[in-house]
Design a protein around this ligand. Sequence first.
Ligand code: BG6
Ligand code: MG
Length: 232
Amino acid sequence: MQKKSMTITGCIFDLDGVIVDTAGYHYQSWKKLANGLGFDFAEEENEAMKGISRMDSLDVVLSIGGIEKTQEEKLELAKQKNDLYLSQLSDLSSDHLLPGVKDFLDLLRSKGMSIALGSASKNARFVIDKLGIKSYFDAMVDGNDVSRSKPDPEVFLTAAELIHRKPAELVVFEDSQKGLIASNEGGFISCGVGDPEVLTNALFVLESFEGLTLEGLSQHILQSRSHHSSIS
Ligand code: BG6
Ligand code: MG
């Protein structure tokens, strides 16, 4: 039987939880901040924080603690959280890349694919620098460049524009439901990275990038599309 093929011209990567496992550092920093304010912040509650901006995350944390703050106080708390977060990144290096990421970036480069970053983090460029992978990216869009947080597709649409590619030809890799909604909303091919039970907004989910080929990626897309069309 002849295999179907499809056109992918590039990939957009979320950063935290896709390229590097910084989600735990974000969580520990919010937990410390919450503890300092007199309440606890459980790990299960952290899932909803993935993909959203620092200020939106702070609002979630404060609402869990039932605490109200002025805008000025919020800015100070967000700064405290960021200082806690950055203090954990001093040793960050390419050793912290998630499994298979480097090989997959090399593969994309060798095949002439466009590569972009689409992250909510204002620390994204700093983290990418520390990981030593800056040269792979044709464009980087992060929390400093957009005015609307995921699930709004602005971050991915801006990245697509910068690399001059159509959303339908780009695979977005995301570890958060909010990011996957943003990707779907923008008309991208949405690939979850992590747990399929959690990432229900993905077209398909990969456990990691280990061993991923472009043919494998195309097959995942085609199979998931035919599965979705047969059940809808
Ligand atoms: C996202 C993370 O990538 O960036 C969130 O998933 C984080 O947990 C957000 O809050 C903002 O990050 P930063 O580095 O700007 O505080
Ligand atoms: Mg993420």
